[in-house]
Design a protein around this ligand. Structure first.
Ligand SMILES: NC(=O)c1ccc[n+]([C@@H]2O[C@H](COP(=O)([O-])OP(=O)(O)OC[C@H]3O[C@@H](n4cnc5c(N)ncnc54)[C@H](OP(=O)(O)O)[C@@H]3O)[C@@H](O)[C@H]2O)c1
Length: 314
């Protein structure tokens, strides 16, 4: 089968189309004939650093990157009960871990997949995976109707799902974006948008119940400041939280924590329901052909993605 492989650490120019062995599936896995893949900052950043690559993917070279797929089931493991040949499925495969998504065929545990909604395209389904799971896993159980919720970077992959999910939970949603993305974030249902390039959100906001942060650093610190007493911030950035930020939160009776998204069929099925009832809709920012994966990486590396960057296989 064809795959995009990374021979050694480096830039997008090190990503090559190659012929590799089709994966064998385990009893609890299905083989997915991939139709669309979505990309994340987590796909593109680690490839530059050999040590980081080793930590995330082990010693095996070349590496096949990626986690987010949509496609059709082409083989079914002996213990798989939820899927059959030909089913259209989507999911984030083996995260944290090695997903090997940039390939014509991916071996995926059934515990990481859901069936695609009937009226969703492969591109839209592939888009509704890691970023959407992150937003869902952060916001689930954290929001009461009417809460004032701040979503940092509402135009990004995580942020654009987070706005929609928080609205579907009944929140009053405030988000940060640049002026060029203002109409986009408002169209997703945000009640207020703050242009982060011309206005400091910490100067105009207070009494926030919950913040979903995707920026870290000073943005995370200021996110703690705008919380009301007893409020909470969850950030997607950094494995260790800076001590001055946890100390500030503790002093003010606020909570600050981080998360690492994890593969989950249960959460994928929740997202499936949200796609079906219209609570969420992914924004397909740019779509690339499989052989142009290096260009897709270059696009994500710009940090300007509005929604999701997608790669398709014919
Ligand atoms: N811990 C986890 O499990 C987990 C899961 C998912 C993602 N993450 C991390 O979370 C971060 C966000 O991921 P993502 O996929 O949402 O990224 P993304 O899609 O690449 O985000 C790009 C968007 O961020 C906006 N943006 C950039 N700087 C901003 C700022 N200071 N304030 C407001 N908006 C800003 C950009 O808009 P403009 O063009 O207008 O600047 C652009 O629309 C990344 O660092 C990623 O690695 C972690």
């Amino acid at each position: 089968m064809k795959a995009i492989v990374l021979e050694k650490a480096g830039g997008p120019e090190n990503l090559h189309l190659a012929e590799v062995q089709k994966p064998n599936i385990k009893k609890n896995e299905v083989l997915v004939a991939v139709k669309a893949i979505s990309l994340n900052p987590a796909d593109v950043k680690p490839k530059y650093n050999d040590e980081m690559l080793g930590m995330m993917y082990g010693k095996e070279r070349p590496v096949i990157l990626g986690w987010d797929i949509a496609g059709t089931v082409s083989e079914v493991g002996a213990e798989v009960s939820d899927f059959k040949l030909g089913d259209k499925v989507f999911g984030m495969v083996n995260f944290p871990g090695v997903g090997k998504a940039y390939a014509e065929f991916v071996a995926a545990p059934e515990a990481h997949l859901a069936k695609m909604p009937d009226h969703t395209s492969f591109e839209e389904a592939a888009a509704t995976t890691l970023a959407a799971l992150t937003a869902l896993q952060i916001l689930s159980g954290k929001i009461n109707k009417g809460d004032r919720v701040l979503i940092q970077a509402g135009s990004g992959g995580v942020g654009h799902f987070a706005i929609q999910i928080a609205k579907s939970f009944g929140a009053y949603v405030i988000t940060t974006s640049s002026a060029k993305n203002r109409d986009f974030v408002l169209s997703l249902g945000a009640d207020e948008a703050i242009d982060y390039r011309t206005q400091n959100f910490e100067d105009v906001l207070s009494d926030i119940d919950f913040v979903l942060d995707t920026q870290g650093g000073k943005v995370l610190e200021n996110s703690v400041k705008v919380l009301k007493n007893g409020g909470a911030v969850i950030t997607t950035v950094g494995l260790d939280l800076p001590e001055e930020i946890t100390a500030l939160a503790a002093k003010e009776n606020k909570s600050v924590s981080n998360i690492l998204v994890h593969s989950s069929a249960e959460d994928m099925n929740t997202l499936k329901g949200m796609l079906e009832n219209g609570a969420i809709k992914p924004n397909l920012y740019k779509v690339f052909d499989f052989q142009d994966m290096a260009d897709a990486h270059r696009e994500v590396e710009k940090g300007r993605t509005v929604g999701k960057v997608i790669v398709t296989l014919k």
